[in-house]
Design a protein around this ligand. Structure first.
Ligand SMILES: [Zn+2]
Length: 345
């Protein structure tokens, strides 16, 4: 089926979906190699796929300054955080190979610029704190002191943890268009989906054509539910409770960037309404209310909190570890079963 995705869907951020994949150069072995951290490697892969469109490489000084000062690229396009590549020394040549910590090369960078940066200032501007107790700040303080900027070409893609869930932006756009979706809501999570989040994804889906469930499935160190278990939870939930032709499950390949609980919502206050082609949807915490006899939130339920089925994260973990499923009003039994199985093994 040939589908004109551009005609049906909003345009990519900045106007064009970037593709920075290419051929492995013949002189690769002769190039100096920069070793990338896992976060930089995932950024490199997103640069390749257009997941960071319109960026074509790691940011130079002008882009970096503009993003730190105004959360915009110099063109005025909204852009929240720097995407930079740190290095100990300035490369000698005009091209460098980009490799992981095992020395496996994934791409090449055309060195356009090397510059020193102020870590405390970046921490303050990006994370609103200079305190190294913040994990994002701590990892930035640990990185080398120079940034190397330039366009990248990626000849080898990073092996994703779940191949069947790894869809590039061009592939999700094609999938949306094939299903005839024009308006799509995305839900990003790093947790199993219980009834509360099932509810809000469905409330959102009621207003659009399709739902993209977009879980982070890379290493999330503090996560006590392993990725494989969470992916299994998503599958049983989608199989049992969502219509097949309205939902797409695809992994979100970005490394985690540490926000506060509501920062991902508050950041939209920095931009004018409709400045972004996407429309943010904000939800309150939701729960099952026994008096309402349905899922609800503080916005939609007038009843006393003792009517609400609420379980703390600690309580849920205790129940699952004891092999006891949480109430059906809190978690679907199929999802609880997967989680209990994971605790047993
Ligand atoms: Zn109620």
């Amino acid at each position: 089926m040939i589908v004109d995705t551009e005609a049906r869907l909003i345009v990519s951020h900045g106007g064009t979906l970037v593709d920075r994949t290419g051929e492995r150069p013949d002189d690769l072995d002769a190039l100096e190699t920069l070793t990338l951290s896992s976060r930089e490697l995932s950024d490199l892969d997103m640069l390749a796929s257009g997941g960071l469109s319109p960026l074509q490489g790691f940011m130079g000084w002008e882009d970096y300054e503009s993003v730190l000062e105004s959360m915009r690229l110099p063109s005025g396009l909204p852009w929240a955080l720097p995407v930079c590549l740190a290095a100990v020394l300035a490369p000698k040549g005009d091209r460098v190979a980009l490799a992981d910590e095992h020395g496996r090369a994934y791409g090449v960078l055309e060195v356009e610029e090397v510059y020193a940066y102020d870590k405390e200032r970046e921490a303050q501007q990006s994370f609103r704190t200079t305190d190294a107790a913040h994990p994002g700040v701590a990892s930035m303080y640990d990185q080398p002191d120079l940034y190397v900027a330039g366009r990248v070409t990626v000849f080898e893609r990073v092996m994703p943890p779940f191949r069947e869930l790894a869809l590039d932006p061009a592939e999700t756009r094609t999938a949306f268009a094939e299903r005839g979706w024009r308006r799509v809501v995305g839900f990003q999570t790093r947790n199993p989906i219980h009834r509360a989040h099932e509810y809000l994804t469905k409330v959102a889906l009621e207003t659009v054509d399709g739902l993209l469930i977009h879980p982070l499935v890379g290493d999330t160190k503090s996560d006590d539910v392993p990725s494989a278990t969470r992916v299994e939870c998503y599958r049983v939930l989608l199989d049992g409770y969502y219509p097949d032709d309205r939902v797409l499950l695809a992994a979100f390949p970005a490394a985690m960037r540490y926000y506060g609980t509501y920062d991902a919502q508050l950041i939209f206050d920095e931009f004018e309404p409709h400045e972004l082609d996407i429309e943010p949807m904000f939800f309150e915490h939701s729960f099952f209310c026994r008096r309402c006899g349905s899922m609800a939130s503080a916005k939609t339920c007038p009843h006393d909190p003792d009517q609400h089925v609420f379980l703390s994260g600690t309580k849920v973990r205790e129940m699952l570890a004891a092999g006891e499923p949480p109430p059906e009003e809190f978690s679907r039994p199929e999802v609880a079963e997967v989680l209990i199985g994971a605790y047993r093994s």
